[in-house]
Design a binder for this molecule. Structure first.
Ligand code: PEP
Ligand code: MG
Length: 314
């Protein structure tokens, strides 16, 4: 179709051939990790650890967590591929029986992600301990650990401190809250990497519930405002030599993937089934062209125009 680049041959200067971008998988179960392997993911960009905790009457023991992380991580250790684990991201909309949270009218704006730290003493420490023990058991794994829903420098510092004292090394944060995104110049030097969660970033940027289908159009990550913000994050990351990836759904849209790479994003993490299509498209586009398309997209007035102009240019 007119919205697909000419593919079929690998250009020697394509963004994949030059290794300008890594294609990683989002996983939320052991089965997903298998799927990531078979789809040829270059590693895992996001492990949603909620699957270990959901539907449980009691918090899984550290031993049990270690055993699950180990099964998940082991297949990726020989190759030295990165495995990026996100600490628990739940809130009152995804209640856990062993976590005593009061009901909130707006759970998306409430106690979720890293904000649970002060509500449930020990929960994050035990998860970090389990991850550190897993890393000690599984030799050679490139284990990275990141925190969700970070909204201030104070939270960055306390997460990093907590994870370091657990013995963990490569530490990052999700960029999902606009205030943190706008302060990224000061945040970047404090972390080893950052990953943009476009699902929540769009929700908080636009003030639209990410599950509100009636307003879904406003959540479109092709929004030139969102793209300019992502471009600024990539620039600040490059300045601080901190890799900035995208792990929200936006990364699985092949045309948008070109734009994200053109904005300077160095890894894209997506649902494993999307990898083949994104790989095919990025195999046929040079970095120069990706940059040009990104510049074209950010100059448009709205998401429809941005998507259209890139689709036509391809
Ligand atoms: C996101 O917010 O974009 C993200 C990747 O995390 P989740 O969808 O799990 O909130
Ligand atoms: Mg999120």
């Amino acid at each position: 179709s007119a919205h697909r680049p000419t593919v079929g041959h690998r250009s020697p200067r394509s963004v994949l051939a030059t290794k300008a971008v890594q294609l990683l998988a989002n996983v939320g179960s052991l089965a997903d990790a298998q799927e990531a392997r078979s789809q040829g993911a270059e590693g895992i960009g996001l492990v949603r650890t909620e699957f270990l905790f959901e539907g449980r009457e009691l918090e899984p023991s550290v031993d049990e967590q270690v055993s699950t992380y180990r099964s998940l991580i082991e297949p990726f250790c020989e190759t030295g591929q990165p495995v990026t684990v996100r600490t628990l991201d739940v809130g009152s909309d995804k209640p856990l029986p062993f976590v005593n949270l009061s009901r909130e009218d707006n759970p998306a704006l409430g106690v979720r992600g890293i904000r649970l730290v002060n509500q449930v003493p020990g929960l994050l420490e035990r998860q970090l301990e389990a991850l550190a023990r897993t890393r000690a058991l599984v030799g050679g794994v490139d284990l990275r650990v990141m925190a969700p829903m970070i909204s201030s420098i104070g939270e960055v510092n306390s997460f990093v401190e907590m994870a370091r004292s657990a013995g963990l090394g490569s530490l990052g944060i999700m960029i999902e809250v606009p205030a943190l995104a706008l302060d990224f110049r000061r945040v970047a030097p404090l972390v080893d990497f950052a990953s943009i969660g476009t699902n929540d970033l769009m929700q908080y940027l636009m003030g639209v519930d990410r599950n509100a289908s009636m307003l879904g159009e406003l959540l479109d990550p092709w929004s030139p405002v969102a793209l300019r913000l992502i471009g600024a994050l990539a620039r600040e990351g490059a300045r601080a030599k901190v890799a900035v990836s995208v792990c929200g759904e936006a990364a699985s849209d092949p045309l948008l993937a070109i734009v994200l790479v053109g904005l300077g994003i160095t890894s894209l993490s997506m649902t494993p089934v999307a990898l083949a299509q994104v790989r095919e498209v990025l195999d046929a586009v040079s970095m120069t062209r990706a940059r040009r398309l990104a510049q074209l997209a950010i100059r448009q007035l709205d998401s429809t125009a941005a998507r259209h102009v890139v689709g036509e240019a391809i």
